[in-house]
Design a protein around this ligand. Sequence first.
Ligand code: B12
Ligand code: SF4
Ligand code: SF4
Length: 380
Amino acid sequence: MDVQQFKQEIIAYSKTIGIDKIGFTTAAPFLTLKSRLLRQQELNYQSGFEEPDIEKRTNPALLFHEPASIISIAVAYPSKMTEHVRGKKGERRGLFSKSSWGNDYHVVLKYRLQKLADFITVNYSEARVKSMVDTGELSDRAVAERAGIGWSGKNCSIITPEFGSYVYLGEMITNIPFEPDTPIEDMCGSCNKCVEACPTGALVQGGQINAKACISYLTQTKDSLPEEYRSVIGNRLYGCDTCQMVCPYNKGMDFHFHEELEPDPETAKPLLQPLLSMSNREFKERFGHTAGSWRGKKPIQRNAILALGHFKEASAIPDLKMVIEKDPRPVIRGTAAWTLGKIGGSEALTILRKVLETETDDYVLEEIQRALSIASDAVN
Ligand code: B12
Ligand code: SF4
Ligand code: SF4
């Protein structure tokens, strides 16, 4: 089998199965990444969502017997909704990031990688492959960068000249010695827009993130959100797109190639108040197919309560009253206290004073006290 010829056949086939860009690289260890990951670990800048074993993350030979190459794939996703819904006073809406629009991208990319794997193994009898998307050991971005998919921007994203950074990434390790592609030139130059626009300063410098300060990470945590971040997350329910939206290379990039990735506006931008009383089953039915549901209902509800505080939405007081009086989860009750404090006014104050007498959880009591002081400050 002529491997160079086979590579061209794979590239041609990939275009027929909804892969928007494909690149090839060697299976050599990722040495620069390794020192980078060690440094991030030292600084406590990791999210905790990534594979913890740095050796496995940077050495494909620990994941696959005698690897010879890695194929990187990119699938473009939309950045704008074709149908619009707008929130207004009394009917506020939250926002799922673009990476959670449509069906879960893990499923969408795995399906394409499986088709690619079938094509390769049918046509190359000794072929062995191992695919991964996001949850695998490898750094999808480091593979994509080395395979010439795009450059690694100061916003940390892989930016493709064709689709901007609105691409999902996945890869396949193989035992076939494909000719590697060449990485593409870094085009950030003197631009620093993403670093300047990041609302929390999580981009500590171009290309370096403190994941623990990134809003995308914060929206996915399950505990009480530290006070300093509560206002800044705005109405985000899951993820953050700011450092991509300001990037000049994303201007006009909005691709609707894949039906599965089309957002349903009522799911991507849901009304906030109904989320507060949603059952597990309802949550699964409405959001279970999206990438943003992977941490379950609790962080989304917590963020919805914070968003109502961000809007100072007085019409939500009855829903918040129900939550603070009845919800069994202290994090949710404590967050509701904060939002009631933000909304302020006599109705919110009365509720806070009343629950102060019945609440037994120390953390929630502390939140209520603090909320009462914010609310009285606001009223005075
Ligand atoms: C953990 C994780 C997160 C964490 C941490 C993000 C981060 N930047 O590290 C949190 C929860 C914050 C997060 C957020 C997001 N994520 Co995320 N995440 C991951 C995950 C699982 C691991 C990333 C990781 O290991 N980071 C550690 C850093 C150090 O390494 P890296 O970014 O992988 O690799 C780069 C750096 O090491 C850098 N580098 C290496 N050496 C050096 C040296 C120098 C000097 C410099 C400057 C840089 C540098 O170059 C590498 C290649 O770009 C990957 C999936 C995967 N398995 O790889 C998805 C992934 C990176 N996420 C993705 C997405 C879409 C997002 C969000 C846009 C989602 C959203 N809308 O909210 C945001 C973007 C935030 C941002 N600005 O990065 C996509 C990125 C697609 C793309 N075009 O780049 C991935 C690849 C998932 C996927 N399969 O598509 N994510
Ligand atoms: S995703 Fe949001 S918070 Fe995270 S680095 Fe980008 S702009 Fe900052
Ligand atoms: S905003 Fe500017 S600096 Fe940031 S990734 Fe885009 S081009 Fe690079």
